[in-house]
Design a protein around this ligand. Structure first.
Ligand code: HXC
Length: 258
């Protein structure tokens, strides 16, 4: 396992693991840490041996949000000139599915990081919240946008304006997470899901992720056109031939990602 300053990474069974590793500060996210997370995700995205990325946190919490000590010193002009959220933008360009395995506190920027994942497995002890308003600021890495698109304006406004903590059951009910499990089983459940996806045809997985994400931004008509082109494109892959031949021969397909 390679030990970087604020994260750990490893690879096993076609899964690339990224683990936030600042447990004493509840994995509070400083700029360097976000940079490391995104750089690791991009490396896994390019690695043909990796099919799914699994993001989790060491310690009791997934992440208590942006590092407040670092943020306290920020200035508007400096953030604009630095392009503060450039790393976050790169995260949304990752093509492979990212599964988040979360537990404990998932706050502020930590919640935004979780919302940047494609699938979320949460421990029953998970508490999601946007506490930014209590600090005199607001979410800045997609919180007001992603949560609203996910749950609608009514609940997004309530939760972001009050900083109320959302429990795992409520998050499940509103479609924020995919599954709840015991906190100690979060990683195992996420891994099981990752293995299922890793066994599918990688190009199909890639284009499915892309197409579903487009549904959030596009009109139905544009989205249907986009889906269709991706559907056609998969017929240029060897895996399409392999998948359909394996069906005819009543055997398991051997997908190679091309
Ligand atoms: C920096 C943090 C931190 C954070 C916790 N710590 N959260 N440090 N930034 N976001 C540190 C504490 O200072 C403390 O360090 C140690 O972690 C343990 O925290 P405690 O408060 O002592 O623990 P506890 O009483 O159990 O409370 C846990 C907590 C609380 C509820 C998570 O720490 C808390 O409310 N944290 C802030 C959460 C928050 O407001 N997040 C949103 C940030 S704004 P020491 O050294 O004292 O032991 C944001 C904007 C995103 O995310 C913008 C886009 C990226």
């Amino acid at each position: 396992m390679e030990s970087l300053s604020f994260i750990e990474t490893s690879m096993e069974d076609k899964i690339g693991f990224i683990t936030l590793n600042r447990p004493k500060q509840y994995n509070a996210l400083n700029r360097q840490m976000i940079h490391e997370i995104v750089t690791a995700a991009e490396a896994f995205d390019r690695d043909p041996n990796v099919r799914v990325i699994l993001l989790s946190g060491n310690g009791q919490a997934f992440s208590a949000g942006a590092d407040i000590d670092e943020m306290a010193e920020e200035g508007a002009v400096q953030m604009e000139l630095r392009n503060q959220f450039a790393d976050w933008d790169r995260l949304s360009l990752i093509k492979k599915p990212i599964i988040g395995a979360v537990k404990g506190y998932v706050l502020g920027g930590g919640f935004e990081l979780a919302l940047s994942c494609d699938l979320l497995i949460a421990g029953s002890d998970t508490r999601f919240s946007f506490p930014e308003v209590t600090l005199g600021v607001m979410p800045g890495a997609g919180g007001t946008q992603r949560l609203t698109k996910l749950v609608g304006k009514t609940k997004a406004l309530e939760w972001i304006l009050t900083a109320e903590r959302i429990d795992a059951e409520t998050a499940l009910q509103y479609g924020i997470i995919n599954r709840i499990t015991e906190p100690e089983n979060v990683l195992m459940e996420a891994r099981e899901m990752a293995e299922k996806i890793a066994a599918q045809a990688p190009l199909a997985v890639r284009l499915i992720k892309e197409s579903v994400h487009k549904a959030v931004d596009y009109s139905l008509y544009e989205g249907m056109q986009y889906e269709r082109k991706n559907f056609y494109m998969l017929f240029a892959s060897e895996d399409q031939k392999e998948g359909m031949q394996a069906f005819a021969e009543k055997r398991k397909p051997n997908f190679r990602g091309r």
